[in-house]
Ligand binder design. Structure first.
Ligand code: HEM
Length: 512
C-alpha cells in the first residue's frame, strides 16, 4: 500500500516536472528557436527567469538623476529608464528577442516591422499581451485595455462612439469647470502664502486631481463626488497590482496570497460603482449611463454581463485616462517653463482665441494651433505610453519576420520618437515647429505613436487633447511659469514614464 502511494507520488512529481518544463522552457524555447532561425539575435536566457537578472543588473548601473536646478536637462531618458533595451539594441540591432520567465519578447524599431504592426487590423492576429494578466486582473478585468479578439472588438464598438469628437465637444464645459477650480486654488495660494509674489509649487498632485475630476464629471455626471471616492480606491487597487509578483506572472494563478488583497479591494470598488450607477439621477447623460445602456442592449437581458462590462470598463477608462493626461500636462509645463519663447506664444494665442470670454470653448480650442504643436512635441519627447505592445495570437509576419503565436511584440515608442534618421539631427531637442501645419519636412510615417497604433489606438485621444488644451490655455493665460531651482530632472518608469521627484515650478501672475 505504502509502495503504491510512493509510486503514485513519484508519477505525480514527474508529471508536474514535465508540465513545468514544457510550459516554462520547451514552449518558449521553440519560439526563440524560430526567431533565431531567421537571424534574430538577443541575450541568452537562463532557466527559469529568462533575462531578468541581466535586466536588473543593467538597471542598477543606469545613470543617476540630474542635479537640481534644471541645468543640463537631457530629454533622452532611455539610458536611465531602459538601459537594458539600449544595451541589447546596440548589440543585436533594431530587432532582437529576450525573455522574462517563460515569456518571449520581440523588441522592434525597424520601420517595416512597425509599419506592418500599425497596419494589422485583424483582432485575430494581434491582441494585447497576456503578460501579467493574472496579477493585473483585479484592475483590468475583461475590460477593453487588456482584452483581445472578438471580446475586444465588441467592447470597442460599444465604447468608441462615446469618445467621438462631437461627444468630446460637449464635454469641454465640464473640463473648464475642473480647470477653473485648479487655477483658482493656485491663485488663492498665491494670495495667502506669497501676497501675490512668485509661488513655488510641486504641480503633480494638483494635475492628478484635475484629471480625476474631469473623468469623474464625465463618467459619473452629477454623482462625480462619489466618483472621486471610487477613483481613490481604484488608485489603491493600481498600487496593489503594480507590486512585482513573478510567481503569479509565471504560473498565471490569480488566487495567491499576494493577489488576494487586490481582489478584496476590487469587490469594494465594484459595489461602489454599481451603487452609483443604480442611484444615478443624471437622466442618462453620463458616460457610465451611456455605456450601461449600450451594454444592456448588447447583452440581451443578461444584467450581470452588462454590469461586468460597466465595472471593468469604468476601471479601464480611469486607468487609461487619469495618469496619462496628468503626467503629460506636467511634462508640458516643465518644457514650457524651460522655453519662455514658446510659453509667450501659447499664452498670447490662448488669450486671443478666448477673446472676452474668461475660458475657452470648443471653437476656441480649435483655434489654438501653437498649443496643439506644443502638446504634440511634449508627447514626442515624453510619450506616456512608453511601449506599444501586442501579442501574436497566431503566427503572423511583420516586416518579413515570422512571429510565432504567443510571442510578445514590443515597440519602444521613445526610440522611434528620438531617431535622428526619422526626425533629423535635432531629434532630442524641444522644437514644436516640427509639427507646424505648413512644415517643410513631412512627418515620418509610422514614427509617431504617442497614442499607439492601428486598430487599437487610444480611444481617448480627442478627449485627452481637449482636456490638456483647456488646462494649459487657462494656466498660461493667468500665470508665467519658471522652473524652480529645486527641480530635479529624473524621468522614471511606473507603468508610465513620470517625473520621479515631481515638477517644481515658480508661478507669477501674468500681466495684461
Ligand atoms: C495624454 C493622454 C493619453 C495618452 C498619451 C494615451 C495613450 C494611449 C496608448 C499609447 C494606448 C495604447 C494604444 C495601443 O496599444 O496601440 C491607449 C489606449 C487607450 N486609451 Fe489612451 N491615452 C491618453 C488618454 C486617454 C484618455 C483621457 C482616455 C479616456 C478617457 C483614454 C482611453 C483609452 C482607451 C479606452 C484605450 C484602449 C483602446 C483599445 O485597446 O482599443 N486614453 N492610450
Amino acid at each position: 500500500m505504502a509502495a503504491a502511494a510512493a509510486a503514485l507520488c513519484c508519477v505525480a512529481a514527474c508529471a508536474l516536472a514535465l508540465y513545468l518544463y514544457r510550459v516554462l522552457w520547451a514552449a518558449p524555447e521553440r519560439a526563440r528557436a524560430a526567431l533565431r532561425g531567421q537571424g534574430i539575435g538577443g541575450p541568452r536566457p537562463s532557466f527559469p527567469y529568462g533575462n531578468r537578472a541581466e535586466m536588473r543588473r543593467l538597471m542598477m548601473q543606469s545613470p543617476a538623476a540630474a542635479p537640481p536646478g534644471g541645468g543640463g536637462i537631457v530629454h533622452d531618458y532611455r539610458p536611465a529608464v531602459f538601459p537594458h533595451y539600449e544595451r541589447w539594441r546596440s548589440q543585436y540591432g533594431p530587432v532582437f528577442t529576450y525573455s522574462i520567465g517563460n515569456m518571449v519578447f520581440l523588441h522592434a524599431t525597424r520601420a517595416d516591422v512597425v509599419r506592418d504592426l500599425t497596419l494589422c487590423v485583424s483582432p485575430l492576429d494581434l491582441g494585447k499581451s497576456a503578460y501579467m494578466k493574472a496579477t493585473h486582473r483585479p484592475l483590468f478585468g475583461d475590460g477593453i485595455l487588456k482584452s483581445s479578439g472578438d471580446a475586444w472588438a465588441h467592447q470597442r464598438r460599444l465604447i468608441a462612439p462615446e469618445f467621438f469628437p462631437d461627444k468630446v465637444r460637449g464635454m469641454v464645459g465640464l473640463m473648464v469647470s475642473s480647470a477653473t477650480a485648479l487655477v483658482a486654488s493656485w491663485e488663492g495660494r498665491m494670495t495667502t502664502t506669497t501676497r501675490g509674489q512668485e509661488l513655488e509649487l510641486r504641480i503633480d498632485d494638483d494635475l492628478r486631481a484635475y484629471s480625476a475630476d474631469v473623468i469623474s464629471r464625465t463618467c459619473f455626471g452629477s454623482s462625480y463626488g462619489k466618483g472621486k471616492e471610487i477613483f481613490a480606491m481604484i488608485r489603491e487597487l493600481q498600487k496593489a497590482v503594480s507590486k512585482p509578483d513573478l510567481l503569479a506572472e509565471m504560473t498565471g494563478l490569480g488566487c495567491l496570497p499576494t493577489t488576494r488583497a487586490a481582489w478584496t479591494l476590487n469587490g469594494q470598488v465594484r459595489h461602489l460603482i454599481l451603487g452609483v450607477v443604480r442611484d444615478s439621477d443624471d437622466g442618462g447623460g453620463s458616460l457610465l449611463s451611456a455605456m450601461l445602456r449600450s451594454a444592456a442592449e448588447a447583452a440581451a437581458g443578461d444584467a450581470a454581463a452588462a454590469e461586468d462590462f460597466v465595472v471593468d470598463n469604468c476601471k479601464n477608462i480611469y486607468f487609461a485616462g487619469y495618469e496619462t493626461t496628468a503626467v503629460t500636462a506636467a511634462w508640458c509645463m516643465m518644457l514650457l517653463a524651460l522655453h519662455p519663447e514658446w510659453q509667450r506664444q501659447v499664452s498670447d494665442e490662448a488669450r486671443q482665441a478666448c477673446g472676452d470670454a474668461a475660458a475657452p470653448d470648443a471653437a476656441a480650442l480649435h483655434k489654438m494651433k501653437k498649443l496643439t504643436m506644443v502638446i504634440q512635441e511634449t508627447l514626442r519627447l515624453y510619450p506616456a505610453g512608453s511601449v506599444v505592445s501586442r501579442q501574436a495570437l497566431r503566427d503572423v509576419t511583420l516586416g518579413g519576420v515570422r512571429v510565432p503565436a504567443g510571442v510578445n511584440i514590443y515597440v519602444p515608442v521613445s526610440t522611434l520618437h528620438l531617431d535622428p534618421e526619422l526626425w533629423g539631427a535635432d531629434a532630442r531637442d524641444f522644437d514644436p515647429e516640427r509639427f507646424a501645419p505648413a512644415r517643410a519636412r513631412p512627418l515620418p510615417p509610422h514614427a509617431y505613436l504617442p497614442f499607439g497604433a492601428g486598430a487599437r489606438t487610444c480611444l481617448g485621444q480627442a478627449f485627452a487633447t481637449a482636456e490638456l488644451k483647456v488646462l494649459l490655455a487657462l494656466v498660461l493665460s493667468r500665470f508665467d511659469l519658471r522652473l524652480s531651482p529645486s527641480y530635479r530632472h529624473s524621468p522614471a518608469l511606473r507603468l508610465i514614464v513620470e517625473p520621479q521627484h515631481g515638477v517644481r515650478l515658480l508661478l507669477k501672475r501674468r500681466g495684461p
